[in-house]
Design a protein. Structure first.
Length: 183
């Protein structure tokens, strides 16, 4: 058995507590959603930075963080695409917009994706989500099964340079674990 602290109470894995009443969470009194915008305008190949300040009294649940992006596809000369142009947005388009996602807590980098963020996001989505999730909530990230139909659905969002709204969770270890951070 592993080392046990002297005053540490015993516990049972919740999966084994079949006949006990579940505990009631009473510590968190309320919650709120806040919007944070990038620190500067978004340009091609420039980093997109957010600063989320906290207080000693409030905690941030990063597992509930969502990234919201409005995007449209235009030609290289910045003119709108037409119905005659052939485009094909990749699967999980929301996450393919970012090559790298770094997380800093108190000005210290704690998570570095080293230019593999879109691949990590796609693999995690394939492995960690079931059919129901992939055909409902993940469509908000423009996830459609890689097939002719999936490509057509993704293309429809950007027809003639239409703007598409996308929202989804950030694929980083600090945004997956349910841990409250005091920043």
């Amino acid at each position: 058995m592993a080392f046990i602290l002297k005053d540490s109470p015993e516990c049972v894995k919740s999966e084994l507590e079949l006949f006990n009443l579940p505990r009631t969470q009473t510590v968190i009194q309320d919650g709120q959603w806040k919007q944070f915008h990038p620190l500067s305008n978004v340009f091609d190949n420039a980093p997109v930075e957010f600063h989320i300040s906290g207080s000693a009294e409030d905690y941030i649940d990063l597992s509930q963080t969502q990234l919201y992006v409005k995007a449209k596809i235009v030609k290289v000369d910045n003119t709108p695409i037409t119905k005659d142009d052939t485009i094909g947005p990749v699967n999980l388009f929301l996450h393919s917009l970012f090559s790298q996602v770094d997380v800093s807590l108190n000005d210290r980098v704690v998570s570095n994706s080293s230019n593999t963020y879109p691949y990590r996001s796609y693999i995690e989505t394939l492995l960690n989500h079931g059919y129901d999730s992939k055909t409902s909530q993940l469509t908000a990230e423009l996830f459609y099964k890689d097939s002719d139909d999936g490509l057509k659905k993704r293309t429809e969002f950007f027809k003639e340079s239409a703007t598409a709204d996308m929202i989804g969770c950030i694929h980083s270890v600090y945004f997956i674990k349910i841990v409250f951070y005091s920043i």
